[in-house]
Structures are given as C-alpha cells and as structure tokens.
Design a protein around this ligand. Structure first.
Ligand code: UDP
Ligand code: MG
Length: 339
C-alpha cells in the first residue's frame, strides 16, 4: 500500500476538486492506497469537508492538529501516521499534480527509496521565482549535505526512509526536504511542471517562507558561523596594513592625495572604520543568536506538532510520545479502526 500525505490549512475551496483529481488519478496507480489528510488547524470548513471524505470513503483518513503548526510540522505528523510501504507527500492545492505519481511509482519499483520532484517550471510571479531559484542555489552552496536544487516536499519516500525520518531524525525544527536529503539511500529527482494553485490563496505568507528559508540555512550549515572567523581575519589583516601605512606616513611625513599627516584630522577614516566594524560585529552577533535560539528550541524538546484527534484508520503515531504517559496523549481515535 502507498500513503498520500496532504497537509491542509484553510483549503475549503479546493478540497472537493482535490478529492476528485486524486481518486481519478488513483485508477492508474495499480497499488492499494490511503490518503492521510492533516488538518493544520484550519479555521474554515476544511475540517468538516475532510471528515465527510473519511465517512464516505474508507481510503481517506484525517489527522487533526490542535492548532496551526505550519506546513513542515503538518507533513511530519502525516509521515508519523501513514501506514504505507511508501509515502507520497504532496500539497493540498493541486500544485503537485497527482497524475505524476505513476512515474514516481515506477522509479520506486525500480528500487529507488526516495523519488523527489524537481520543479522545471513554476507559475508564480518573476520576483518569487527568482527568490526561490537564488535560495536553492545559496542553500546548496552553503549546506553541509547535498540538498537537491529546486525540489520541494513533493516526493515519494520509501518506508525505510520514513522510519529514519521518524526515529533517527527527531529534531524539532523540521526542514523536511533537507532531512530527506540527509537520510540518504537511493534517491532520484524527477522533473515536473509545478501547476498553479487550483483554488484559494497561498497559505505561506512571506514571513512563513522566510522562516522556512532560515530553517534550511541555519539547520543545515554552520558556514555562517565560520564566516565570522573569515571576516574577522580579513579585517584584522586589512587593519594591520592600514595601521602600518599610518605609522610610516607619520614618520616620513609625505603627502598622499595632497595630505600630509599634520593637516589630517582623521575623523572620516576613524568614523568609517568604527561604523563598519560595528556593523560586522552586530551581524555576527545576530548569526550567533540564530544558532543559540535554535539550540534553545531543540533542548526544550517541544513537539513540532500536537495531534488533537484522528479520524479513520491511521498508524499508532506513538513514536514521538514519551514511554510513560502514553494514555494521557491527546491523540484519540474517534472512530474504530477499520483495518
Ligand atoms: N499549509 C499548511 N500549513 C501552513 C501553511 C500551508 O498545512 O501553515 C499547507 C497548504 O494548505 C498547502 C501546502 O501546505 O496544502 C502548501 O502551501 P502553499 O500552497 O500556501 O505554499 P506554496 O505553494 O505557496 O509554497
Ligand atoms: Mg501552493
């Protein structure tokens, strides 16, 4: 069986089309499947629509989060509760077309454990496309692992890798596409055209996108920290040369650009130096702060999502729960398991 994990945040306008496109495309899959919808704290009617799917179609299941935890948290929840031998992650706005899945499945049957989609074409505006493109190239340059260019979360992940993501990579700040690359195994990229959103507006605000980008950079690279050392060294060398020049200048008292040391008050060079150094120091303090903040978040061990309820038959979902107190876990199966 394969599982399709779909995070949903206020998608009431597109849900019925999603249902139709999915179930129609599924005819081609030659594989038993389940759909694990994750309600990421929707405030519109998405939840009741999805519960309708679950009631009428026993291939559909719903994991309801206690509030909005964000796309990456919702995907992590879906991976936790999916039961398939392979799990496909896709967006709920049909930007990731379900009709592409036969290609994914072919590669999976060939023996690839991760089949990820590479966006060759995007339908967003030019500034957004440029920002995405620049970001993925910057991330690939800066990160310690090979994160494939222009690949988002749309992917098929074999059970063995899903288990690695669940159990071996339990970090709280989830940058799923990075963790997926980190996991290794046999991976292959499949080019595809990213469609336009079927309905509604993007649920990723600029702020959420920025946070995602920073999670990618700071979560998968320590180069920004090392930059402090490099920039510091460079400035020290430069200062040494400049200092040497001023000493020589003072001793021999020659004119440079019409100035001799006597009539140079030196305010401009001093001020420029101080502001420049102040800027560099503050920048690296900020970068230090980013890492310290992340260490703080990770040591608190707060879960990346909290499940309020599940509907339909889903996996145990207890891998993340502490050994003791499983009974107190908020997750409750409101419906009987249907096998
Ligand atoms: N999404 C979510 N939680 C959020 C934001 C988005 O579960 O806080 C879901 C959303 O419903 C959609 C998917 O994540 O199914 C991708 O979101 P969106 O289309 O806004 O992102 P974009 O395509 O602009 O990157
Ligand atoms: Mg989208």
């Amino acid at each position: 069986m394969i599982s399709i994990v779909i995070p949903i945040y206020n998608e009431e306008q597109g849900l019925s089309l999603l249902y139709d496109r999915l179930t129609e495309a599924a005819v081609q899959w030659e594989e038993k499947f389940e759909v694990v919808l994750v309600d990421d704290g929707s405030s519109d009617s998405s939840n009741s629509i999805m519960r309708g799917f679950v009631e009428n179609d026993d291939r559909f299941h719903l994991v309801e989060l206690s509030r909005n935890f964000g796309h990456q948290g919702a995907i992590s929840a879906g991976l936790e509760y999916a039961r398939g031998d392979a799990v496909v992650v896709m967006d709920g706005d049909l930007q990731d077309p379900p009709e592409e899945l036969p290609i994914f499945l072919d590669k999976w049957r060939e023996g690839y454990q991760v089949v990820y989609a590479i966006r060759t074409e995007r339908k967003e505006g030019l500034p957004k496309r440029m920002a995405y493109s620049a970001f993925y190239r910057f991330l690939a340059f800066i990160s310690d692992i090979d994160i494939p260019l222009d690949s988002g979360d749309f992917a098929l992940i074999d059970r063995s890798v899903v288990d690695v993501l669940k159990k071996e990579l339990p970090e709280n700040i989830r940058f799923v596409r990075g963790l997926r690359a980190y996991a290794g195994f046999r991976q292959i990229g499949i080019p595809y055209k990213r469609d336009e959103r079927a309905a509604g507006e993007a649920k990723y605000t600029f702020r959420k996108l920025l946070i995602l980008a920073m999670d990618g950079v700071f979560g998968f690279s320590t180069l920004p920290l090392r930059m402090a050392t490099y920039v510091g060294l460079f400035i020290s060398l430069l200062s040494f040369a400049v200092g040497l020049f001023f000493i020589v200048h003072r001793i021999f008292n020659f004119k440079v650009l019409g100035y001799s040391p006597e009539d140079t008050p030196g305010l401009a060079s001093l001020a420029a130096g101080i502001y420049f150094l102040g800027g560099v120091i503050l920048t690296f303090l900020g970068i230090l702060g980013e890492y310290i903040g992340r260490v703080y978040i990770e040591v608190k061990r707060r879960p990346p999502y909290i499940v309020a309820a599940t509907y339909g038959a889903v996996a145990d979902g207890t891998a993340r729960a502490p050994e003791t107190g499983r009974e107190e876990r908020p997750a409750t199966n409101k419906e009987d398991e249907q096998g």
